[in-house]
Design a protein around this ligand. Structure first.
Ligand SMILES: Clc1ccc(Cc2nnn[n-]2)cc1
Ligand SMILES: [Zn+2]
Length: 262
């Protein structure tokens, strides 16, 4: 059972290295993406996302984010192509956001932050038997990052923000079947890709990041609902709003960011 960590003064990103020394590793995430410095790679195939018979199971508050989990016993929902050599199976998606609109995303683009960032976490079920095994392997995970910017409400995000009241407290979980995250994708699948890590402890350097260049829009009202979630459990007397659950950009340490577009 991992050491307690969070996003506060004492237990936040600047303290994580004490329990998780890999925090100062050579392929940590997130990063600041500088489009002009990204290397356009014309040989990068397009990303293919097959979420058709997608099977969401539940929505839960794990004390760090709100997570929608999927049944991943077969290759029903997979991502492949782009930098990936195998098909990677969708395990869960979750979000990172700010307390105000001035920040919230984990990756930044030339220093620009977005109000939130959606992460769809996939694992290499071709090479590894379990998610846990994959999460500790250098080519074990692929996370699709989608920026969320302020705008008019996103129709399908509605389904999620309308369910958030069910998982207000840390440790709460609710039925959330039949949600297909295909509806959350932007129209363009242009992407940047680079070798990185989980952005929370255990910070394993096991993630091939695929960050989409086109953001989706989220409304003020929808962001307000994310910010009504709590880091704290129902029985805790100190109620802490769940916000600013993002890690700031980490050093590139010589890595190359590739772009699928000019
Ligand atoms: Cl299983 C797991 C562990 C950590 C995170 C946090 C994260 N890592 N990269 N993006 N988010 C998500 C899923
Ligand atoms: Zn994440």
């Amino acid at each position: 059972t991992g050491h307690k960590w969070g996003y506060g003064e004492e237990d936040g990103p600047s303290a994580w290295h004490k329990s998780y020394p890999i925090a100062q590793g050579t392929r940590q995430s997130p990063i600041n993406i500088v489009p002009e410095e990204a290397v356009y790679d014309s040989r990068l195939p397009a990303i293919t996302i097959n979420y058709d018979n997608c099977t969401s199971l539940n929505i839960s508050n794990n004390g760090h984010s709100v997570v929608v989990e999927f049944e991943d016993m077969d290759d029903r929902s997979v991502i492949q192509g782009g930098p990936l050599e195998n098909a990677y199976r969708l395990k869960q998606f979750h979000f990172h956001w700010g307390g105000k609109d001035c920040d919230g995303s984990e990756h930044t683009v030339s220093g620009k932050t977005y109000v939130s960032e959606l992460h769809l976490v996939h694992w290499n079920a071709v090479r590894y038997r379990t998610f846990g095994e994959a999460a500790a392997a250098p080519d074990g995970l692929a996370v699709l990052g989608i920026f969320m910017e302020k705008g008019d409400g996103h129709r399908d995000l509605h389904t999620i923000t309308d369910a958030l009241y069910m998982v207000k407290f840390k440790g709460s979980i609710a039925n959330f079947k039949g949600f297909n995250p295909k509806c959350l994708l932007p129209s363009s699948l242009k992407f940047w890709t680079y070798p990185g890590s989980l952005t929370t402890p255990p910070l394993h350097e096991s993630v091939t990041w695929i960050v989409l260049a086109e953001p989706i829009r989220v409304s003020d009202k929808q962001m307000t609902k994310f910010r009504m979630l709590l880091f704290s459990a129902e029985e805790e007397e100190q109620r802490k709003r769940m916000e600013n659950n993002f890690r700031p950009p980490q050093p590139l340490k010589g890595r190359t960011v590739r772009a699928s577009f000019k």
